[in-house]
Design a protein around this ligand. Structure first.
Ligand SMILES: Cc1ncc(COP(=O)(O)O)c(C=O)c1O
Length: 386
């Protein structure tokens, strides 16, 4: 029996990582199998078919539950299938209050697919708890938030929202992709469901697409398990195995992402060619006080607009050399994105503008490289902006 580790950095290295009982392998084996041979009719060794469960996936789920401090975890094939699994627990006619600034794929799922199956959505700026309270209707069954949001980095007060939701008998679901449990502990602040795109910081190396849903509610977790089996949006054993390797260094990476991003955000804010910077670690950010209270550090995501507008932003994004012009975020490499044409291209332009996501917005996922090189790259790219 291994002794329970006490501190986050220890849990990140050890959760789900007990030595293999047959060989002593320090890295849990990869069970790349579709099925399992039964000992006799009706007698399994706990596994019968990988869509239902797989030992490598079980280890990943144990590790994710360990770092998030949750009783239960179900891993999915992508962040989007994890969001979908949560929403599929609702019935036709149910209503959801959601953060207005969510990943474009999330609003696409809500507006173009789930709305055709009888769910309805109201989007509000959840940094204002009173707006959430006003949006709740008799048929509201879930409040869904991102904090910090993608891509505007708005910050919501989880404790205030959990209190408000619980007073009305509603669950609060938090997409913790941007902060990770290394920096933000939604369950300790009262959240009922935590969802992750493990594609991002949790795996951290741009190698896999994955998702997860965590909860302390056994009955809700059974619904997630049922969906893994009934719908089959499950991650491959190899992707689970890679995700676990990445997760071991999560605390170290988040520390570096955060310290680099704070320096880059301050540098951008002082730059004459930059009009606006949004980073929860900056005192100028409207959610700074809440972020400071509920987060350990401010993570690696920054968004900003150039003073000379859209064309200048385009020149910058086309001129970076170290930073990769790419869709994703949260990996060791610095990545730069144009939300209006990339991650949020499917959000109707009027909706984008209404929520403050302008055509000129640039999103930067600050990597773990030497921050001097990240700044030098932005500097040479900004020098090309007229
Ligand atoms: C905040 C957030 N949630 C969910 C998702 C969807 O995750 P995935 O791309 O793993 O399906 C993303 C993807 O960018 C995201 O940024």
């Amino acid at each position: 029996m291994s002794q329970s580790p006490q501190h986050f950095d220890t849990i990140a290295v050890h959760a789900g990582n007990d030595p293999d009982p047959t060989t002593g392998a320090i890295v849990p084996p990869l069970y790349q199998t579709a099925t399992y041979v039964l000992e006799e009719v009706g007698k399994t060794r706990g596994y019968d078919y990988t869509r239902s469960s797989n030992p490598t996936r079980s280890k990943l789920e144990e590790a994710l539950a360990g770092i998030e401090g949750a009783a239960h975890c179900a891993a999915f094939a992508s962040g989007m299938s994890a969001v979908d699994a949560v929403l599929r627990t609702l019935d036709s006619g149910d209503h959801v209050v959601s953060s207005d600034d969510v990943y474009g794929g999330v609003s696409r799922l809500f507006n173009t697919i789930l709305s055709r199956h009888g769910l309805s959505f109201t989007y509000v700026d959840t940094s204002f708890p009173e707006r959430v309270a006003e949006a709740i209707r008799p048929n509201t069954k879930l409040v869904w938030i991102e904090t910090p949001t993608n891509p505007l980095l708005k910050v919501s007060d989880i404790e205030a929202l959990a209190t408000l939701c619980h007073a009305r008998g509603l669950p609060l679901a938090v997409d913790n992709t941007f902060a990770t449990p290394a920096l933000l502990r939604p369950f300790e602040l009262g959240a009922d469901i935590v969802m992750h795109s493990t594609t991002k910081y949790l795996s951290g190396h741009n190698q896999i697409i994955g998702g997860a849903v965590l909860t302390n509610d056994a009955a809700f977790h059974q619904k997630m398990r049922y969906q893994q089996k009934a719908i089959g949006a499950i991650p491959s054993p190899f992707d689970c195995w890679l995700t676990m390797l990445g997760m071991k260094t999560l605390p170290l990476r988040m520390e570096r992402h955060s310290s680099n991003a704070l320096i880059v955000a301050g540098w951008l804010e002082a730059h004459p060619k930059i009009a606006r910077v949004s980073y929860p670690g900056l005192e100028s950010h409207p959610g700074h006080a809440v972020a400071k209270r509920q987060m350990k550090a401010f993570s690696g995501m920054i968004s900003f607009e150039l003073a000379a507008g859209i064309e200048a932003g385009r020149t910058l994004m086309n001129s970076v050399r170290l930073a990769a012009l790419a869709e994703s975020l949260g990996a060791v490499e610095t990545m730069i994105t144009h939300p209006a044409t990339m991650t949020h291209a499917d959000v109707p332009r009027a909706d984008r503008l209404a929520r403050g996501l302008g055509d000129g917005l640039v999103r930067l996922s600050v990597g773990i490289e030497d921050v001097r090189d990240i700044i030098a790259d932005l500097e040479q790219a900004l020098a090309r902006v007229g």
